[in-house]
Design a protein around this ligand. Structure first.
Ligand SMILES: Nc1ncnc2c1ncn2[C@@H]1O[C@H](COP(=O)(O)OP(=O)(O)O)[C@@H](O)[C@H]1O
Ligand SMILES: O=C(O)C[C@@H](O)[C@H](O)C(=O)COP(=O)(O)O
Length: 343
């Protein structure tokens, strides 16, 4: 019995609301950004990466967002259109707002960082009026990406989208997706993240992101399972807490809990894993797989993408992920654990 039952009469598999942006990843690696001369330009933005990932896995994907009215906005829309990702719900910023740009830094074989240029970001101009109730009603899943809650009217657009999803039985996945830029305060983060977390069906976030959701200091003694129980009690079916290269823990409403180790790979960059994880995990849910199989697929996909130069263009299809899992069959990454496991 799948943890989450989807309405198979809904023709769209997932619609995502949030930012589409651009990643400029350095071609010269293992040096600081000020020493880089050339970059490769990729579609970026966590929800856009997830959209590309779920699309690559063969699912029907739509995107709700706002992009700049310039060549960078064209790049996003053309990239999505070329892959069959529906762009009918993407609007153009009207007052010169710019597409978010992320300059990534691959400092060393183990250390990366991202530098975001998000002044007058176009993705924040999506309004509640831009959100179509009918569009959301015909999708099995709505994914809300947390950074879209950082400013209005994008914040209200997300809450409107959630209202439509709850009205029409569309499952809500909250990818916490914290980016420091644009938030007024940590209190605002806690207000909006916890609000959406009380309305979602699945929450995915790093432990740092859950600390922000709970308004906890970085150093605290709250265990993962305590946070998970809170959001399961609000009605979530699954809570996933990611811990970087240490892996993740997952808690199901059916009281199953799993510790998930990372696969051993040659790391190229430490970002991109979360979006790959989310896309392949969601694919597993849509396929009706067990929690464990969906977690394995997400973890394998994450490993493949952190070993690659791109995020969006490194997303894999199902046969490639299955082959990776076979090649790494000796690594038993999934362990059923006691509910109160501490990573
Ligand atoms: N160094 C690594 N080697 C292998 N897998 C990794 C590594 N870092 C992250 N991952 C995988 O990517 C997933 C998400 O990474 P994490 O950093 O927690 O999220 P995010 O990328 O959203 O910040 C992890 O749960 C893990 O499965
Ligand atoms: O989310 C952004 O705007 C930056 C992303 O495009 C970038 O690829 C990245 O940081 C990936 O995010 P992650 O998967 O959460 O590490």
């Amino acid at each position: 019995m799948a943890l989450i039952e989807f309405d198979q009469n809904k023709p769209m598999d997932i619609v995502l609301i949030g930012r589409a942006a651009i990643d400029f990843n350095p071609n010269e690696i293992h040096r600081t950004l000020d020493k880089v001369r050339t970059f490769t330009m990729y579609v970026g933005g966590s929800p856009a990466n997830i959209a590309v990932g779920v699309n690559k896995l063969g699912k029907k994907v739509g995107f709700i967002g706002a992009v700049s009215d310039d060549q960078f906005g064209d790049f996003i829309i053309n990239f999505f259109n070329d892959r069959g990702i529906d762009t009918t719900q993407i609007v153009r910023a009207k007052n010169g707002e710019k597409l978010g740009l992320t300059f990534t830094e691959i400092k060393s074989p183990t250390e990366s960082s991202i530098l975001m240029y998000r002044n007058m970001a176009a993705d924040f101009v999506i309004t509640p009026e831009d959100v179509s109730e009918e569009y959301i009603a015909q999708s099995k899943i709505l994914l809300v990406s947390g950074t879209a809650l950082a400013a209005s009217p994008s914040r209200e657009a997300c809450l409107m989208a959630i209202n439509y999803a709850k009205k029409h039985g569309t499952k809500v996945i909250f990818d916490i997706d914290y980016r420091e830029y644009n938030w007024r305060s940590k209190a605002d983060i806690a207000v909006y993240y916890s609000l959406v977390g009380r309305m979602s069906d699945v929450i995915i976030g790093s432990r740092e992101e859950f600390n922000l959701t709970e308004y906890l200091p970085e150093e605290n003694d709250v265990a993962d399972y305590e946070i998970a129980e809170k959001y399961l009690n609000y009605g979530n079916q699954i809570v996933i807490i990611k811990h970087g290269k240490k892996g993740s823990v997952a808690y199901g409403a059916d009281k199953e809990a799993f510790k998930v180790d990372s696969y051993k790979i040659k790391l190229l960059k430490s970002f991109g894993g979360g979006d790959a994880y989310a896309s392949a995990f969601i694919y597993g849910l849509l396929e009706g797989w067990s929690l464990a199989d969906s977690l394995r697929h997400g973890t394998a996909h994450a490993a493949m993408v952190v070993a690659s130069h791109s995020c969006s263009e490194a997303m894999q299809d199902a046969p490639a992920i299955d082959a990776f899992i076979q090649e790494h069959a000796a690594e038993q990454v999934i362990t059923p654990v006691e509910w109160k496991v501490v990573l």
